[in-house]
Design a protein around this ligand. Structure first.
Ligand SMILES: CC(C)(COP(=O)(O)OP(=O)(O)OC[C@H]1O[C@@H](n2cnc3c(N)ncnc32)[C@H](O)[C@@H]1OP(=O)(O)O)[C@@H](O)C(=O)NCCC(=O)NCCS
Length: 437
């Protein structure tokens, strides 16, 4: 990976087709919002980036391009000798700055149009973003700086469906057609949220997110959020806006945000199609893959646990029994496929206690942390519902609960009375484990 030197070169070996093919089923049909800083559009690597975007499109990834104008705005300001109130789109926009921003924006969009045309791709500049003025912040009128109020996602989706790449300028329009300037980092997040995108990819002239002067390859959004709020000085000032917006994106349901050096040849493909990545990955709560089961999952859950029941790892449950208690089940789902399930039961005679059960992970997905995640999730849910302790009954996986999930073995008397009665009726003689929440 390059440093942020003036002539960065990728040291990652070229992405090989076989490697890429592993990712194809995962990414197919997903929406990626790619946000390019103005300086990246001005960089000589632009044509390579646009070719990489052509590769993404050929893999049936739905691409939306958002661009910034900071670099071009500063250039125009110097050439025309017009002072600007803010270059980065984070402060106020006075009338002169708005005028230059519109010109810069047309120029940048045009460059992208040219590049995409060369790459054989169809694209279109849109007016899909409705906005209103930011208004007065800390006593200062932000004038023509805008915030997004609505995105016409049907319009954008329609373009993508028609094989057209929407190009989104850092500009929005009010209801009566007034033009407002919008920060492009924010625009990318708004677009991603509206389109339920799975990734925001920021392409900037930085290797990745620098915290305390060092590059972070990945960081959970929760950790970054705490730094952004309490110790923003630890983040490279040039990347603070992206860091803040990345946290917002993940809070709004976008699972992953990447920060990549757009000047580096192959950086986009290497980040997306290699395990290691080359920039910074900011990722959200992994529990997002876990959801409450619905009646439509009954048959799948029944099938999922059938083999474990045969091996006496789990207790037998009929489809009807699962259906009756479907509200107690949670499933781990990726792209519509169920990989694991777990149940969580409460005891009316002992409200401070819950039971985690029916834990099963499909064998080919074992060892990837899903089992542990399901148990942690059940513990968290139980805690939210006011439980202070959680129990698990296991015949063959008790060491999983004790060694991996921090449960302790306990005795029959620790069970709520209602559970003691059903335990006594069982012939399986499972071990009883407990965890304080
Ligand atoms: C037990 C089970 C849920 C674990 O799921 P998983 O997704 O593979 O587990 P994770 O990836 O979160 O954890 C992996 C760790 O658990 C350990 N582990 C997995 N199954 C285990 C078991 N049956 N007993 C003890 N430890 C086990 C692994 O050795 C690994 O440990 P390591 O990290 O030290 O190498 C899964 O094997 C399963 O579905 N088993 C059949 C059903 C069952 O027994 N359910 C529990 C009864 S309620």
């Amino acid at each position: 990976m390059s440093s942020s030197s003036s002539n960065p070169v990728s040291t990652i070996k070229p992405t090989d087709l076989r490697g890429i093919l592993n990712y194809v089923p995962r990414f197919q049909g997903q929406t990626f919002v790619i946000a390019m800083d103005g300086s990246i559009v001005a960089d000589e690597n632009l044509s390579n980036l646009l070719l990489d975007i052509a590769v993404l499109k050929s893999l049936h990834i739905r691409v939306v391009l958002v661009h910034g104008v900071g670099h071009q705005l500063k250039e125009l300001s110097a050439i025309r000798k017009v002072a600007i109130s803010d270059a980065e789109g984070t402060g106020l926009t006075d009338p002169d700055t708005l005028d230059l921003a519109i010109r810069a924006s047309s120029r940048v969009s045009h460059q992208i149009l040219e590049g995409l045309t060369q790459a054989g791709l169809k694209c279109s500049i849109t007016n899909a973003v409705r906005s209103v003025p930011v208004g007065i912040v800390k006593g200062v009128d932000q004038q023509f700086s805008g915030k997004v109020t609505r995105i016409d996602q049907d319009f954008v989706a329609h373009l993508i469906d028609a094989d057209v790449i929407p190009i989104i300028q850092p500009i929005g329009f009010s209801r009566d057609g007034q033009t407002l300037r919008i920060n492009s980092d924010l625009m990318a997040v708004e677009m991603a949220t509206a389109l339920k995108a799975t990734k925001v990819i920021y392409l900037s002239p930085h290797t990745g997110l620098e915290i305390d002067g060092g590059l972070r390859r990945d960081i959970p959004a929760e950790e970054l959020d705490a730094i952004v709020r309490k110790q923003p000085g630890r983040i490279n000032p040039k990347l603070r806006s992206k860091a803040t917006h990345a946290v917002t994106a993940i809070g709004s349901g976008v699972p992953r945000v990447h920060l990549i050096d757009g000047r580096v040849h192959d950086s986009l493909l290497n980040e997306l199609f290699s395990n290691e990545g080359v920039g910074t990955l900011i990722f959200g709560n992994d529990y997002r893959q876990i959801r409450q089961a619905t009646r439509r999952d009954v048959r799948l859950i029944h099938n999922l646990i059938r083999n474990a029941v045969r091996r006496d790892e789990l207790i037998f449950r009929t489809q009807q029994a699962i259906e009756r208690n479907i509200g107690n089940f949670y499933v781990f789902e990726i792209d519509g496929n169920l990989f694991a399930c777990v149940s969580l039961t409460y005891f009316p005679d002992q409200p401070d206690m819950a039971e985690v059960g029916s834990l099963h992970v499909v064998p080919f997905y074992n060892g990837r942390g899903a089992g542990q995640k399901m148990v942690e999730f059940a513990c968290r849910e139980a805690r939210i519902h006011g439980a202070k302790k959680i129990i698990a009954l296991s015949t063959q996986s008790f060491t999983f609960f004790s060694e991996i999930c921090d449960f302790k073995e306990t005795d029959h008397d620790s069970l709520p009375e209602s559970r003691q009665a059903s335990y006594d009726k069982m012939k399986r003689n499972p071990r009883i484990l407990i965890k304080e929440l």
